[in-house]
Design a protein around this ligand. Structure first.
Ligand code: SF4
Length: 256
């Protein structure tokens, strides 16, 4: 009997059973019959628990990738990360915080100087205005300290729920909501944990089905997964530790 060929997988991920595995060729249209179907009960507690378990095993140490040493720095870094990359933001923020270390310094800074420093993150005029507005608000209304409630945080210029949840979760370790960025939105949909495509509605769905103690880690881990495996185009399903739990219609490889 011929020996089974086991596909090489990255360390830390589970190999799907090779005998039943099939590759879905990107060049060939996949008929509706062959496409993985919908999951019968996608929100069943045991399925949700299995997804959380697989994510925890694959990314046990996932944390926020934005460099920061205080809640204030994380507010600014998150605001700058919109339409940019964490790598780019991590190149800009050390320069910005060396020049203007505190909210008070940034509130009094010449706007063109802020714009020049953050230019490469894109949308630099709006971002400069927002982070300076947030600095003024923190100084004038919160005594120079970043507030610790979502209701107060979202009153800062340029701070919406996503940024507020990042700051509360990553710095203060307060699970007030679930961070929904582009990765969390895409992967939560692929895993059928939501059918919505608006971040606020996706967050509402996730809050209902995820245990609150998992809200912070879920986002961190899914963001890692979205960067490394479940990428937007051609997800690397053959390397995915959630593959046996996933019936997404755009899988590139399936064991079931
Ligand atoms: S199996 Fe594919 S589509 Fe599903 S979560 Fe994994 S990488 Fe994403």
């Amino acid at each position: 009997m011929a020996a089974k060929v086991i596909k090489p997988v990255r360390s830390g991920v589970v190999a799907p059973p090779p005998a039943r595995a099939r590759k879905i060729a990107a060049s060939e249209p996949v008929s509706a019959k062959k496409r993985p179907g919908k999951t019968k009960k996608p929100l069943a507690p045991e399925r949700v628990a299995a997804i959380l378990d697989a994510l925890a095993k694959a990314y046990p140490n996932a944390v926020c990738a934005l460099t920061h040493t205080s809640a204030w720095e994380l507010v600014v870094a998150t605001a700058l990360s919109a339409q940019s990359t964490d790598v780019r933001v991590n190149m800009v923020t050390p320069v910005l915080f060396k020049r203007f270390p505190t909210p008070k310094d940034l509130a009094a800074a010449p706007l063109p100087e802020i714009e020049k420093i953050i230019h490469s993150t894109g949308f630099f005029r709006a971002k400069a205005k927002n982070i300076q507005g947030a600095a003024k608000a923190v100084v004038e209304r919160f005594g120079g300290k970043v507030p610790q409630t979502i209701e107060e945080l979202i009153t800062l210029p340029g701070v919406a729920r996503k940024t507020a949840n990042v700051v509360l979760g990553s710095w203060f370790k307060i699970a007030s909501g679930v961070v929904v960025d582009t990765h969390v939105l895409r992967i939560s949909r692929r895993l059928e944990l939501t059918t919505h495509d608006e971040p606020v509605k996706v967050e509402q769905d996730l809050i209902k089905i995820l245990p609150q103690e998992q809200w912070i880690d879920y986002s961190h881990r899914v963001i890692y997964h979205g960067r490394q495996v479940c990428v937007a185009r051609k997800p690397r399903c053959a390397d995915c530790s959630l593959e046996t739990l996933c019936n997404s219609g755009d899988k590139t490889w399936s064991s079931h």
